[in-house]
Design a protein around this ligand. Sequence first.
Ligand code: NOJ
Length: 536
Amino acid sequence: MTGSWWKSAVVYQIYPRSFSDSDGDGVGDLRGIEERLDYLSALGVDVLWLSPVYPSPQDDAGYDISDYQDIDPVFGTLDDFDRLLAGVHARGMKLIMDLVVNHTSDEHPWFRAKRDWYWWRPARPGMTPGTPGAEPTNWRSFFSGPAWEYDEESGEYYLHLFSRKQPDLNWENPEVRQAIYAMMRWWLDRGVDGFRMDVINMISKDPALPDGPGGDGSAFYLCGPRIHEFLQEMHREVFAGRERELLTVGEMPGVTVDQAVLFTDPARGEVDMVFQFEHVNIDHGPSKWDIKPLDLVALKATMNRWQAGLASVGWNSLYWNNHDQPRVVSRYGDGSPLAAKALGTVLHLHRGTPYIYQGEELGMTNAPFETIADFRDIESINHYAEAGPSALPALRARGRDNARTPMQWDASPHAGFTTGTPWIAANPNHKEINAADAVSDPDSVFHHYRRLIDLRHTEPCVVHGDFTLLLPDDPSVYAFTRSYEGTELLVLANLSAEPAQAAIDPAWLDAELVLATLPDERSTTLRPWEARVYRR
Ligand code: NOJ
């Protein structure tokens, strides 16, 4: 793999189900994406990441894969894929695939044909198999209920950290690993430019699978005993020696800064960068449904720790949104275009590779879900089944469907996403928030994002500069500098709905104003949700 080209790149995540539907069946597809490539090219992004498009029963919206080497008919065919990839490359962009190999679907042929590729265990000693509490361990699944499913036929249980239709693969078995590496090589040979690796820090488990405190088994499956060995082996078997520019990013819930340094140290040959979760876990308690207000001081401290921790070795990924997170403009902002711009500015000017989630560049917001019937996501539906109607406010604020409503292309019915009936309703605010309007308005969130991307491409200080957090204790102002070879940038944002005094050196007001979201008033007072970037 050559260089670190991805340090100056911006990645755009496409959630294919919800991006663009070319055939009117209500579900987005590969041809739909192909039709929108000029839009993405105009935005200026370098890499597209596709959430899973493989054959799948769609129990977890495609993160339950039944064939790793094909395309689900709902999304198209391998020919459609090749055409899309060619279109991406023709525009000078790259495309990375979602790699979901902690688990397969229970409908993957491996599940019945290769029993020892999965985690099977007998019932807890002394308990009757299949009765409540007889599960081999007390682990809870991420989607409610036990992480074990009883199989009548064999009288044993299999492990599933996610839904019961997502059995975990047993990476202790070298055959599993070789099958996965062969599949990855097949995609690279086909021309894809890398992988986003789903919950990749869960692939190594303590084979004893001990009970965890309160049913939390994470100590035995997050960054387990052989995780570095497995990732290094994958690197050797799949990526080493390839001359093309590739990108690997590992999704790693619970990863610490110290672990991330090891995972992303180029000398160790593991992954290029990781998705950490601390900055998106800051506004809830131990359960994601236990909502707390955002503490901006804590958010800044967290981001700062990651900036400092990966300053000399390794690399950060930068994200606010993805298909699992509520929309940041509704979550850390007030839903307004100004807040979308301020949050985007702050994120993109940290050191690391920024990820944009579809619609973020329009300021798309959370959806006005009314009843449980409006939700589609298994995580939300299972939680509601367990917790009851009192769970609704938390589902509305934090449910993953907020990110999964159709991409808002224009003001027409269903936001121009489909001519049919969408699999999940479009947000009614598509009449005001949509790509057609945004592209034609130079002051839109879209054009602000375009300018942020352009700044990364043209100003080396954005890519390489040292990061220094200013005003760490200020409850409203997010301020930092970047500096590189004599150039200094100051990023200032008021992440509140009240005017805020930014206690910075007023000499900065004489510097070049590179980006601003409101007309320049040459004042250290920031208007609500205002953001500015100075250079000197
Ligand atoms: C993380 C993915 O981002 C999420 O959407 C999925 O439900 C789980 N992993 C299981 O694959």
